[in-house]
Design a protein around this ligand. Sequence first.
Ligand SMILES: [Zn+2]
Ligand SMILES: [Zn+2]
Length: 462
Amino acid sequence: MLRRGCHKPSSIFTTLLFIASLTIGCSEDPPEPAGLPPPPLLSSPFPFKILHRLDGIARLTWSLDTRGCPIDSKVAEEVIGAALGEWEAAGVRFTPAKRGEAVDLLIGWRPPRHGDGLPFGIGEGLIAHIVEGPRSGDDASWSIHLDSTRQWNVGERQPTSLAPSDQVVLPRRGDPHLFGVLVHEAGHILGLGHVPQENSVMRPIPSLGNTSPSAADLGGVHSLYGGGSDHPSDLTICSVDGDGFPHPVAPVLRGVASWPDVRWRGADLDGDGAEELLLRPRGAPTEGSGLTLLFFSGPALLTTSEGPVAGLLSGELDLIVGKDAEGATILAQLLGDGTTRALRLDGGHLPLSLAGKGIPWQGDWGVADSDGDGRADSSGGPRPRSDPASQEGVILEHDVDGDGTIETLVASERAADGTRSMTWRGRRGLASFRAIDVALVDIDGDGMLELVARGLVGTEKN
Ligand SMILES: [Zn+2]
Ligand SMILES: [Zn+2]
């Protein structure tokens, strides 16, 4: 059976709202905290959203549930096969299940109330959803359920010869397009959530006629399962060998950290011993959308993302991660006037809420507000020098070869594309590689630090 690589604590199924005019809303986004502005539906610097990760996608089997299928089943199968085939560009292969073979994905029509989630027709009209077995009631790992009370537009594939004429219902304006809905739902099955980008098939309000996954949609699938081609805004998670050479250990995170617009760092937000990645666009907190969190499981595999959240945190100021007296995670920034802005991240997950006055906290780099007066006791010690603005020189110090002696990573001046030549200096080896910036982050929580590099170009032995 095909299972999620990691189970989200909140829900075991994802509900997808389709609105009658072919607009789609979705209930899987975490609710915004009361009193905070709603997230702007602006173009986000973060190209995709991750709901879950499947254990494997080398070959996914699908089957049509012909019970209640309102259109000719041969036509339905043709549309399903073509829609799922849109994801082949991402390296995903959906194939019809052979007789007796386990079914990874079942596609079927259901009446509005069928007991596995919100009834279809709620609000403007929820008309499709995905659901994981066994909650679906189907003998399949995952299901796409479609509202059997709607007229489904199959476009060019509307049967004229295959189906009896009394079953042929010509599509009306506003009828949902089966092909586009299935491409969108298959994106959810693969683990993608909604994004606002115009050209994405994961838009909650899809643009008609756009039924091919965008480069960013494909990048989301590549970030989960591997593949894709290198770009300066990629983040690559590497182990570092004794000579300091970085070796990728997980699918490259495609296009997540465009340089110099996005700042990033690692921190263990949820206290499980493994660090998450925090991404923030530069700019004032009022500009655009903000913080995005990436969560990993097992050997550094991306499993979920949260955000982006609007406002609250500046992309220009350092982001301090700490704990308050109750153990809640605090994200804080030092404002220019000596005051702090401290936000609580309960359980290490969004939403954020204002920490409030009188809450003492201790942050990294020695920054703290130990009396909770809203002013930092000190501005803390030196920060990691991976910032885009940082100069040439030593940017990391770490015992790479475990011999008890600290090696240093020395960066050259930036080239026009932002990359710098980086060289480990120490007792052993002189490994060099090019990257825009790097940080040491324990992504897999094993106590050994991974080197995460933006825009990693390659390695070369000197
Ligand atoms: Zn959706
Ligand atoms: Zn259902």
